[in-house]
Design a protein around this ligand. Structure first.
Ligand code: AR6
Length: 231
């Protein structure tokens, strides 16, 4: 059976239980609101046409590495597509590798509506961006720029003009941004992944040696950017 057909309103029990566990822990100091949570799309696997098997291996490798290094963080892989191939691959591999299911989640839904549609509080979201950091163009990039309002475009331009493949940039949102007000998202991290689509700039023409290296760099850069955000 396909897990990702579960309606998005069905919040993963571990996600809410995680909150209670942390809140009631004997350490006392840690509460649910202290847990930084990053929601991210599968970089490069739609418009940029990157191989799904290879991409899912890299996601698992990088998530595992990051969670073993950094405490009090959670990661959520999101895909809009019902019955998403990427989500099922990643779920299966996460279970195989015994990735901590209280710290890593997969969610079928819109990354710009995680709180209002499924109750997931993610204070940071990642965007699979283009090199010019422009709004539009379809996919998750268009969804995030349109949900955040024009302020995101302006705030992004203040931080960077362009991105090179494998790198990322953190953009803080103003409290009056709809994404902040409605969803509780305080930062967007733009990431540029490797491109295998001949119709898009910097096509790697199926060079998966380079492609995998750049996708690893992209996730390392994304997770480091996330860890660097001050509360
Ligand atoms: N919420 C969650 N996931 C989404 C959403 C959404 N609203 N929309 C798409 N996805 P893609 P790429 C998933 O194509 O392959 C853009 O036009 C989607 O199903 O957005 O890195 C940029 O401007 C897939 O799993 O990004 C770039 O030019 C994942 O997000 C180019 O596409 C990434 O798909 C980047 O291509």
């Amino acid at each position: 059976t396909e897990n990702s057909s579960i309606p998005v309103r069905n919040v993963d029990k571990n996600f809410t239980e995680g909150k209670e566990l942390m809140g009631g822990s004997s350490h006392g100091a840690v509460t649910a609101s202290d847990i930084q949570t990053l929601a991210f799309p599968s970089i490069s696997t739609a418009d940029f046409q990157f191989n799904h098997e290879k991409a899912s291996d890299i996601i698992i490798e990088k998530v595992d590495e990051f969670l073993s290094k950094v405490e009090n963080v959670r990661l959520v892989l999101v895909d809009l597509i019902p019955g998403s191939h990427m989500l099922s691959l990643v779920r299966a591999k996460a279970a195989q590798k015994h990735i901590d299911s209280k710290r890593f989640f997969t969610v079928a839904g819109d990354i710009t509506r995680l709180y209002t549609e499924s109750g997931f509080r993610c204070n940071v979201i990642a965007n699979a961006a283009n090199w010019r950091l422009r709004p539009g163009g379809g996919g998750v990039n268009a969804a995030i720029f349109s949900a955040a309002g024009q302020a995101l475009e302006i705030a992004t331009k203040k931080r960077a003009e362009t991105l090179s493949p494998g790198s990322s940039v953190v953009v803080p949102l103003l409290p009056n941004s709809p994404l902040y007000e409605r969803e509780g998202v305080t930062h967007v991290i733009h990431v540029l992944g490797p491109n295998m689509n001949p119709q898009r700039p910097n096509c790697l023409k199926n060079d998966y040696i380079k492609g995998c290296k750049i996708l690893r760099e992209a996730y390392s850069s994304l997770f480091e950017s996330f860890a660097s955000i001050e509360r």
